[in-house]
Write a protein that binds this ligand. Structure first.
Ligand code: NAI
Ligand code: MG
Length: 397
């Protein structure tokens, strides 16, 4: 069979580092692929005025599967200030390349699994009846709509006339916001479309069916955000009724869900939400299973799919030598890639190796020890990034 080609986009900071570790693990597991490097991130914004250069876009269009590390994004004024002198004042605008990538390639299905690894010292515990300590097993997949909602990018400060005039036709706007001087008014559009809302809800039902779960939880706020959240809720109920009669819809509001997730996280298995609330609820669940060092994700479109850890570029750790960050989130993102392309056996061998290392408890990165992330972490017993990767590789043999 022809070797697969994977576009690797390390990005900035620790993105570069953890992606390289994931490839070591893929190699050790016997997954054979050509890796083609794609430039992405802050460096390319500064040098070229585009953090997601066209040559990288072409690679993704050609090879369809990407592994992405993390990028650095900075506020507007810093973005302008750090542009190379010949690009300044040309009206270039910085947009996060990962958000642009999700929109440009319709990577609309974001899957964020949060599964407890036995033996992880960071696992959430709670006090049970009679003072007992319980460690609930978290096994949840969050389906986050990845291209719409408050991440639409459709927003204005001091909206132009046609937008302002349109807003004024809404009674709520006229009654409650027309007092505000226009330069002091900022508006971000929360956009849901039936097509993409249906796709994310459907993905959640399909997963529930595959895993044998009888509930899909819609985590929105339809009592207040009636149009957008309401659309998702309605689609979910109809889908349950018409296509998945054995799977019921449970509705929770995002605020209540953030409270419930520490009370009874074991009761949730499939959650679906819009972009913003999906981001929030997935970070919440990630906190129960060890935090950013363990949180992996997939961005899946109809043609292209890109796999990435949830964490960012953690610039303050980028230059440590040896590096101390946890490579597991990136390695598990590579596992999600393997599952997506049908390499299920290799995927489950790597997952098991990760689980074995965590369970054994001999090798722990600084975040698993709750020591602070300083170079001294190593002398306090923390494993380096490479030692964690090596331990996982050793379990593969
Ligand atoms: P971050 O995720 O980079 O780091 C936050 C903190 O989480 C770190 O200081 C560290 O304590 C911990 N952490 C993150 N990854 C870790 C790992 N693998 N092992 C152990 N600990 C880890 O988020 P932050 O500091 O808010 O943002 C830094 C930069 O990353 C910003 O420029 C931000 O815009 C960008 N970012 C990029 C994302 C992406 O590429 N998808 C996502 C989130 C932030
Ligand atoms: Mg996030």
């Amino acid at each position: 069979m022809a070797k697969r080609t994977i576009v690797t986009m390390p990005g900035d900071g620790i993105g570069k580092l953890v992606l390289e570790q994931a490839i070591q693990v893929l190699d050790a597991a016997g997954f054979s692929a050509n890796y083609i490097h794609g430039d992405i991130g802050w460096e390319f914004w500064c040098k070229e005025g585009n953090p997601f250069p066209e040559r990288t876009q072409k690679l993704l269009e050609e090879y369809k599967i990407g592994l992405f590390g993390a990028i650095t994004s900075k506020p507007k004024d810093k973005a302008e200030a750090e542009l190379s002198p010949e690009l300044k004042g040309k009206g270039l605008t910085y947009y996060s390349p990962i958000v642009s990538m999700r929109q440009k390639y319709d990577l609309d299905i974001c899957k964020r699994p949060c599964h407890t690894f036995k033996g992880n010292p960071l696992n959430f515990i709670r006090r049970g009846f009679g003072g007992s300590i319980e460690e609930p097993i978290v096994d949840v997949m969050i389906f986050r709509q990845n291209t719409e909602c408050l991440y639409s990018g459709v927003e204005w400060t001091n909206p132009p006339d046609p937008v302002y005039d349109a807003l004024m036709t809404h009674k709520k706007f006229k009654d409650n916001f027309s007092w505000c001087p226009r330069p002091d008014l900022a508006v971000s559009a929360r956009i849901f479309t039936r097509k993409y809302t249906t796709r994310i809800v459907k993905a959640a039902f399909e997963y529930a069916k595959e895993r044998g779960f009888d509930t899909v939880t819609v985590c929105e706020k339809p009592n207040v955000i009636r149009e957008t959240s309401g659309m998702m809720m309605k689609i979910a109920h109809e889908m349950s009724k018409n296509e998945y009669p054995d799977i019921r819809v449970q509705d929770t509001n995002i605020d209540a869900q953030m409270m419930w997730l520490t009370k009874n996280p074991e009761n949730y298995h499939v959650i679906v939400a819009g972009n913003m609330f999906g981001d929030i609820v997935s970070d919440g669940f990630a906190g129960l299973i060890g935090g950013l060092g363990f949180a992996c994700s997939a961005n899946i479109g109809q043609e292209i799919a890109v796999f990435e850890p949830t964490h960012g570029s953690a610039p303050k750790y980028a230059d440590f030598n040896p590096s101390i960050v946890n490579p597991i989130a990136m390695i598990l993102s590579a596992v999600m890639m393997l599952e997506h392309i049908g390499e299920k056996e290799t995927a489950s061998r790597i997952s098991k190796a990760v689980a074995d290392v965590i369970f054994e408890g001999k090798v722990k990165t600084y975040d698993m020890l709750k020591v602070s992330g300083t170079p001294e972490a190593i002398s306090k017993g923390a494993a380096s990034t490479q030692q964690m990767t090596d331990a996982i590789i050793a379990k593969l043999k």
